[in-house]
Design a protein around this ligand. Structure first.
Ligand code: MN
Ligand code: MN
Length: 471
């Protein structure tokens, strides 16, 4: 009997697919590494709450690892290029010919938030208010009755740029959107659908209360706020028209749980993949193929515009790489290189939520703590609006992750026809490159307090590192 049992176990181990909990695969030392990696990550989250701040944080860290701006003279091994301060590319030169393609990891550094409208300030009932326009897929009820911080830039009429950060430093004031008390919200909120209970035009920010001294003045509170802003930043009301001011949760990244095994923070979609790919780029100093990491903007609104994945920034950056390597770039050569490139679309996926198992299909959805998640395709419905990594490429990545001892899983986002979501993969796939989605599973995605597992974060980093080093 004993012998039979052993052979059954052997057979099961050999031929059955079984995911492994990352914590079971870690020894004490690796667990410590994962926890300590998460400390650096939390610092990044706190420093990089907007796409502009993420670019600054990426550049600062990369410069510390020997990357220099392509416009400056320096060693020709590691370069970066900014795109309008809202996206950035890093590259490390490899030994192999460019014709064998690049190894690219693409993440995004924009997150759902509230933007101030271009003419935001008004006064009502002796209170100054700011009108907002939400950005990306938010659930509006999550943004009321919360402390919010304001981040962004104001470009004045003389072209000077003022950077604004209010609500992050100890002692700073914050902003908030007041919610209606339960005593009076039965008809206007509670009997409505969740989606309609908080209207977009009611996401207005409470921003001031003191009146301008002269009682003859009109809109005295608004005038007093403008006076304060003029004294503090030298701006006038028209300057709001040429500003990008974003309201984000004023909270900091925190550990979650008695055992501190989770990280919770605003903006982890997709700064978890941005940070892990940044650290992987820094760690792989001598790659076989030339490596590139792109940190892109505008993914949350369809990758549109000059700083999103649909822009031609990659081609411009590829030309930089060739020039720095002493090769004359041309269109056909760049297209040829990108055609032979292998890429990872580094974006998060949904982990199965114990409260909402119904929207998931457990056998094919990501589980928290089972490592970095590959998604052969994303999109929705009948595999619409997605690139679909070939079986060959999935096989190659699978072999790589297994060989390098990465804990990984394969997952789709939710049940078929339950909803869905896309990533940048399909825009990069247009070049003909092989690309697959590979990122960290997450709970509470797109909320002001998204949750990831420290083990999954670390495996994401290790997977990206293995891809750049050996891909
Ligand atoms: Mn994302
Ligand atoms: Mn997203």
């Amino acid at each position: 009997m004993g012998k039979t049992k052993t052979s059954t176990q052997e057979i099961e181990k050999r031929i059955k697919l079984k995911g492994e909990l990352v914590w079971d695969r870690y020894d004490e030392a690796l667990r410590k590494e994962a926890f300590s990696f998460a400390e650096g990550y939390k610092g990044f989250l706190n420093a990089a709450k907007t796409e502009r701040e993420a670019v600054d944080a990426v550049v600062k860290s990369a410069e510390g690892s020997g990357f220099h701006a392509v416009s400056q003279k320096g060693n020709a091994k590691r370069i970066y290029r900014l795109n309008k301060d809202k996206s950035v590319g890093l590259a490390t030169m490899g030994k192999r010919p460019f014709e064998e393609g690049l190894r690219i990891i693409i993440s995004h550094i924009d997150s759902p938030r509230l933007d101030l409208k271009q003419n935001p300030l008004y006064e009502e009932l002796d209170m100054a208010m700011l009108r907002t326009h939400y950005y990306g897929g938010i659930k509006k009820y999550q943004w009321v009755a919360q402390p919010l911080a304001m981040h962004g830039v104001i470009v004045k009429s003389n072209g000077n740029k003022v950077k604004i950060t209010i609500g992050e430093a100890e002692g700073d004031p914050v902003f908030t959107i007041c919610d209606l008390l339960p005593h009076l919200s039965r008809k206007v909120q509670e009997e409505k659908k969740l989606k309609e209970a908080i209207e977009a035009e009611k996401l207005t920010i409470l921003a001031g209360h003191l009146p301008f001294a002269d009682q003859e003045a009109k809109e005295r509170v608004k005038l007093r706020v403008l006076e304060l802003l003029n004294q503090e930043y030298g701006i006038v009301e028209e300057d709001f028209l040429s500003a990008e001011l974003e309201l984000v949760p004023a909270s900091k990244a925190r550990d979650v749980g008695f055992d501190r095994a989770f990280v919770a923070s605003y903006g982890q979609d997709d700064r978890v993949c941005a940070y892990t790919s940044l650290k992987a780029m820094e760690a792989v100093a001598d790659p076989p193929c030339t490596t590139v990491a792109l940190f892109l903007d505008k993914e949350e609104v369809g990758s549109e515009g000059s700083t999103g994945a649909k822009s031609r920034f990659l081609e411009i950056f590829a030309a930089d790489v060739l020039r720095v390597a002493g090769k004359e770039p041309n269109d056909i050569l760049i297209k040829e290189i990108l055609f032979h490139t292998k890429a990872i679309s580094a974006d998060v996926t949904a982990g199965i939520d114990p409260n909402y198992k119904d929207v998931h299909e457990a056998q094919n959805n990501a589980k928290m703590g089972y490592g970095v998640c590959l998604s052969k395709f994303t999109g929705s419905g009948g595999k619409y609006s997605t690139s679909d990594a070939s079986a060959e490429y999935v096989g190659e990545i699978r072999e790589l992750l297994n060989r390098t001892g990465i804990t990984w899983q394969m997952g789709e986002l939710g049940k078929v026809d339950e909803g869905g979501g896309g990533t940048v993969a399909k825009y990069l796939a247009l070049y003909g490159m092989d690309i697959i989605d590979c990122g960290t599973p997450m709970l509470s995605m797109h909320s002001p307090f998204e949750v990831t597992s420290k083990g999954d974060i670390y495996e994401t980093f290790r997977a990206y590192q293995a891809f750049l080093q050996e891909g």
